[in-house]
Design a protein around this ligand. Structure first.
Ligand SMILES: Cc1ncc(COP(=O)(O)O)c(C=O)c1O
Length: 414
């Protein structure tokens, strides 16, 4: 009996996605005990107070008004031109950097991470990621024979750890002469941290200093998957302006996703947006990504592209979309405020939360705590360095009681 047919690079541990596994357990608990008795903070999707998936009406009314042929047809490999224009507007708003900018459609933000890692590192290279991180950065890197090294996200003062970033950045760059560094901000998954504009400036200063060596190739991937739910108004987009007129050996790639901001998770659409002060580098980015599209999934979801382009092009539709999204943004911010305040009241240590879908609780025995909390029908995600609570999926009243439950279990296991 043979036990394997796959080529050696394609053999991986036989493990199912842990998050979806826990979400399924939470759903079983709901069936058994009722919605009121269960806190399901597993999935990174926006749920209403009843635990049902929020699907934005302005988005789905537009989708359903479209002729079948517009949904069914193939799209252009790099993406439909009106979408590629709209996605830049939607991403940057009034803070578009002064640079050459090219966008390519990708299936979700995931596609932009894939393209940046594959197209801007060599086999065996190491990608730089923070120590609190979204796991697919590692999965994607592994898939292509790349390694991952981690900088510490926070210093002792719970601010962005610029020293750790600098040290790891320079070590890898000096060794490899090219580096893809990933920063997931605003609204980082899993901590909810957003770099301040001053912290962004420090990151840019480090990149610029290292760009003085013309042999260096610096690629900064900014994962903004949650930007549409971050900050007041567009304040969390201001930092984009800082990417104006950078040295030519710095390429910034923004990974934009329509999964959260347009509640189109399963429709798989996003964009990789390349920013460079050199026209040829921006064009090269476009053609590398377009080639990767063709080679991997050919083209992306045309209906989703058209929905977004139609909404963004029409001022009335855009206003209605923004109003609807802002209601959910406020709902999310209230939930997070409730969780943060209740944590303070019961003395539960959490990581600095600024924006977004998740809050993290640092601890060493996350799995043990999570297992015990499951017995009390509180479902959250154990990570290597702590627990992730998805405020996006839990009603405000439950966000208020969860910290005390978590603290009690943590104390009982000390
Ligand atoms: C940090 C982060 N980046 C990117 C994504 C992209 O997701 P998608 O490919 O569904 O747009 C997600 C979604 O969970 C995420 O959490």
């Amino acid at each position: 009996m043979i036990s394997s047919m796959a080529a050696s690079h394609a053999i991986w541990p036989k493990e199912d996605d842990a998050i979806f596994g826990l979400a399924a357990k939470a759903q079983q608990a709901v069936k058994k005990h009722g919605k009121d008795k269960v806190i399901n903070s597993t999935l990174g999707a926006l749920m209403d107070d009843n635990g049902d998936l929020i699907c934005m009406k302005t988005v789905y009314d537009e989708l359903k008004s479209m002729p079948n042929a517009n949904l069914a047809a193939y799209a252009l490999v790099a993406g439909q031109p009106d979408f590629l224009e709209a996605v830049q507007e939607a991403c940057f708003r009034e803070f578009k950097p002064d640079a050459f900018i090219k966008a390519v459609a990708t299936p979700g933000g995931t596609g932009s991470v894939r393209h940046t890692i594959f197209n801007y590192t060599n086999p065996g290279d190491t990608v730089l990621v923070s120590d609190w991180y979204w796991k697919p950065y590692v999965t994607i890197s592994e898939e292509f024979g790349r390694k991952v090294s981690h900088y510490k996200l926070f210093n002792d003062k719970n601010e962005f750890n610029i020293e750790s970033f600098k040290e790891n950045f320079e070590t890898l760059l000096n060794k490899q002469k090219r580096l893809v560094a990933i920063i997931n901000s605003p609204a980082q998954n899993p901590t909810g941290y957003s770099l301040s504009d001053e912290e962004w400036q420090q990151v840019i200063d480090i990149m610029k200093e290292n760009a003085k060596n013309q042999d260096n190739r610096i690629i900064l991937l900014i994962d903004v998957a949650y930007i549409d739910f971050a900050g007041k108004g567009n304040e969390r987009r201001k930092f984009f302006k800082l990417f104006s007129n950078l040295p030519e050996n710095i390429l910034v790639v923004v990974g934009y996703s329509l999964s959260k901001g347009y509640t189109m998770y399963g429709m798989r659409l996003g964009a990789a947006i390349g920013i460079s002060s050199n026209k040829d580098i921006a064009e090269e980015f476009y053609y590398s990504c377009a080639h990767s599209n063709r080679a991997n999934w050919s083209n992306c979801n045309r209906g989703a592209m058209e929905v977004m382009a139609r909404i963004c092009k029409d001022p009335d539709k855009f206003k209605a979309y923004e109003e609807e999204k802002d209601l959910y943004k406020t709902m999310l911010q209230k939930r997070a405020e409730a969780f943060v305040k209740a944590s303070e009241e019961v003395g539960l240590e959490i990581l600095p939360y600024r924006d977004g879908f998740f809050i993290s609780i640092p601890c060493d025995n996350a799995k043990e705590i999570s297992d015990k909390l499951m017995e009390e029908n509180l479902f959250l995600i154990p990570l290597k360095k702590g627990l992730r609570f998805a405020v996006c999926a839990v009603a405000e009243d439950k966000c208020r009681i969860a910290p005390a439950m978590i603290k009690k279990v943590m104390d009982s296991l000390k």
